[in-house]
Design a protein around this ligand. Structure first.
Ligand SMILES: C[S@@+](CC[C@H](N)C(=O)[O-])C[C@H]1O[C@@H](n2cnc3c(N)ncnc32)[C@H](O)[C@@H]1O
Length: 236
């Protein structure tokens, strides 16, 4: 199993270095893109839900796994009744708490492998975007899939992003800007396993989902880094 302490230390360091950049590395590392960052969170959430044909109901409670600074949660709060975020990084959760003050959000600092603070059959929906692709051990991602089955109410849905492209996670995959990073003028940590992450196949997700009492209803972009999966919790 991956070292949860390592993931926590890595993401705490990235949050202190430049949280918004490591949540969405399309923003300028030097800053100045705050409004774009939040707008893009709305667009990314909408795109994922549209591709997976998910329409959250207004009275839903939705959990965001790997919530970072609250980019997707902020967009979700305008669509559903209640939201929950969980993240391995206390530094990220602290920033989410500040960013989402006054909004209907509950935030948890998680253990990096489970959804332990979230009760069984307590949420209507789950989202996770740009998180599992960074987890070094695919067994941790699959453990989260089983956990998602545990926390979903019967009939509940999940829209999950995984990478299904093993090549981009390989240690010899060429990351740009190595020299600049060594000189401290570019993002740090991009050769770290907690950034490089890992891939899981839709079949492996299907098996883990089944263990968690869920069915895979839809897979979009199989074979790519941007593979999306829709799960449904079985009814008794
Ligand atoms: C690239 S950011 C994306 C944040 C958010 N999903 C978004 O789209 O705005 C990845 C987030 O996943 C979190 N993360 C990484 N490994 C994790 C793990 N094992 N369990 C929970 N969160 C994790 C990181 O701390 C970070 O906040």
């Amino acid at each position: 199993m991956a070292d949860a302490d390592h993931m926590r230390r890595f993401w705490d360091a990235r949050a202190r270095e430049n949280a918004n950049y490591f949540v969405d590395n399309r923003v300028n590392y030097a800053g100045g893109d705050e409004a774009w960052f939040w707008k893009q969170g709305e667009r990314d959430l909408r795109q994922m839900l549209e591709l997976l044909q998910i329409s959250p109901a207004a009275d839903d409670t939705v959990l965001d796994v790997g919530c970072g600074v609250g980019r997707l949660l902020k967009a979700l709060t305008s669509q559903v009744a209640a939201t929950i975020g969980i993240d391995v990084s206390e530094e990220m959760v602290g920033r989410a708490r500040a960013n989402l003050a006054g909004l209907p959000v509950t935030l948890h600092h998680g253990d990096g492998t489970t959804l332990a603070p979230v009760a069984d059959a307590s949420v209507d929906g789950v989202v996770s975007l740009v998180v599992f692709q960074h987890i070094p051990d695919p067994q941790v991602t699959l453990g989260y899939v089983r956990e998602i089955g545990r926390v979903l109410k019967p009939g509940g849905w999940a829209g999950l992003h995984v990478s299904d492209d093993p090549a981009i996670h390989a240690a010899d995959y060429k990351m740009p800007s190595r020299l600049k990073r060594l000189l401290g003028r570019a993002p740090q940590g991009q050769d770290d396993p907690a950034w490089r992450g890992s891939a899981v196949t839709p079949d492996a997700v299907r098996a883990a989902a089944g263990d968690g009492g869920c069915d895979v209803e839809l897979v979009v972009n199989a074979g790519t880094q941007f593979c999306l999966v829709r799960l449904r919790r079985r009814r008794p």
